[in-house]
Design a binder for this molecule. Structure first.
Ligand code: PEP
Ligand code: CO
Length: 456
């Protein structure tokens, strides 16, 4: 019987530049291509930000999460800004993720892998190429790596020097994170200093208090046992991630290393493909199929079960465990309908994937006064439904992906601390998507720990 011609590219056809023959969505247009290529040449000579052995360790951890032995916590800003590359902002982002992970370890009773959405999250996909204000039309702002947020022609021109600045700031960020972790965070060891006053206002106050107390007891127990300050915390692994959107930038970070086969993107441990750039025959999937890093693909309501299986086969032809994470983001109202046929199709295909829920991007809404926000209950609702639906499909929720910050901004509505719609304008700092604040993120971790414990 004649078979349909196989249109998938052969593995041997891949190079770090083979994406260039494919349609590349969401790329900036540089008015001076020579200047771009000069910068790319400089970037290609700079030392990498991460190493292949860290990347391979993360892949092993994600393989454990795929088997249900571990849980993935990924979080950070929608987009980093050059202005926020300063010590307090970096420390508070790291701290909230470490604290949340301690809650998840304690409540969920399994190990947790932490991946920050930072040290490189500087390029953003946009729904339109241009923005019009008062009759003036300019290119859209695409993230600090590409242009500037101000609304003047000079701000919005794509400037290749910003790629270098982004790389350098990513290096500064990761350097500071590595030193903070190396030194240990003293006040992590004492949940009583965490700023959990909001817990008292929750209907789950007693349960939260018990969980936090038991974290404190475990930490003190470990200290007594090891005779040192919480050895485990001082040795946590921490990984970085960003959306692999700007393909020239990713290409020049793609390197071979001694004594290991393959190509690694050494600008981050875990790059992901966005929901808008995941076309099977597009440039992003072509680039991602050839790198050895563990990778994520965001999937929203427009994906079909066949398209999802085709993506898994293209991106992970060897079905290597830990290689592929689907970060699903349907929204609380659609997840019940969208997720089961996808999980079912993947189960039937035999592909090993990690299911990670991004409960943020399908739950964005705009208030009557025009402020972009997200509701705590919807975020939690999407997590709860995902957990239940995946279990019913014979698999499990293996991770979560949040947009959050360690500061008490007012960008999302709800939670025990009681941020209302009227509060949003009080301290709204994000230039793009609204983030969970410190209290909302901690409460989300407590509720998620409870959910994981119930679903063991
Ligand atoms: C994001 O993660 O900020 C984003 C743009 O998400 P998505 O690709 O899921 O829309
Ligand atoms: Co976002």
């Amino acid at each position: 019987m004649p078979t349909a011609p196989d249109k998938s590219p052969a593995p041997g056809d891949w190079t770090p530049t083979s994406w260039q023959a494919r349609p590349a969505a969401q790329q900036p247009v540089y008015p001076d291509p020579e200047a771009l290529h000069r910068v790319l040449g400089q970037l290609a000579r700079l030392p990498p930000l991460v190493t292949s052995w860290e990347i391979e360790n993360l892949k092993l951890q994600l393989a454990e999460a795929t088997r249900g032995e571990r849980f993935l916590l990924q979080g950070g800003d929608c987009s980093e800004s050059f202005d926020d590359c300063e010590s307090a902002a970096i420390a508070s982002k790291l701290k909230i993720l470490l604290q949340m992970s301690l809650v998840l370890v304690q409540g969920g009773k399994r190990r947790v892998t932490r991946i920050g959405r930072f040290a490189g999250q500087y390029a953003k996909p946009r729904s339109t190429d241009t923005e019009t204000q008062n009759g003036v039309t300019l290119p859209s702002y695409r993230g600090d790596m590409i242009n500037c947020a101000g609304f003047t022609p000079e701000d919005r021109v794509a400037n290749p020097d910003l790629l270098l600045r982004a790389y350098e700031r990513s290096g500064l960020t990761i350097n500071f994170i590595r030193s903070l972790i190396e030194g240990g965070f003293a006040d992590l060891h004492h949940p009583e200093y965490w700023g959990l006053g909001f817990v008292a206002n929750s209907p789950h106050a007693v349960e939260y208090t018990r969980m936090v107390e038991s974290i404190g007891e475990s930490l003190r127990f470990m200290e007594t046992l090891t005779g040192s300050v919480m050895a485990d915390i001082n040795r946590v692994d921490f990984y970085t991630s960003h959306e692999g959107l700007h393909l020239y930038y990713e290409q020049v970070q793609t390197r071979q290393v001694p004594r290991r086969p393959g190509w690694y993107n050494l600008s981050t441990h875990f790059p992901w493909v966005g929901d808008r750039t995941r076309a099977l025959d597009g440039a992003h999937i072509e680039y991602f199929r050839g790198i050895s890093n563990p990778i994520g693909v965001k999937v929203g309501p427009s994906i079909t079960p066949d398209a999802l299986v085709a993506l898994a086969e293209r991106l992970n032809p060897q079905n290597e465990p830990g290689r592929l994470t689907f970060i699903h983001r349907f929204g609380a109202d659609r997840v019940e309908k969208c997720l089961p046929p996808l999980a079912e199709a993947i189960r039937r295909s035999g592909q090993q994937v990690l299911w990670c829920c991004d409960p943020m991007h399908g739950n964005t809404e705009t208030t009557k006064s025009g402020i972009k926000t997200r509701r705590f209950e919807k975020i939690l609702g999407e997590l709860e439904t995902s957990c239940r639906v995946l279990k019913a499909c014979g698999t499990h929720l293996g991770g979560v992906h949040f947009e959050l910050t360690g500061d008490n901004v007012t960008e999302c509505i709800g939670g025990a601390s009681g941020v209302t719609e009227a509060d949003l304008s009080r301290d709204y700092r994000s230039t793009l998507d609204p983030r969970l604040n410190y209290e909302q993120a901690m409460e989300m971790a407590l509720l998620l720990a409870r959910l994981l414990a119930q679903n063991r």
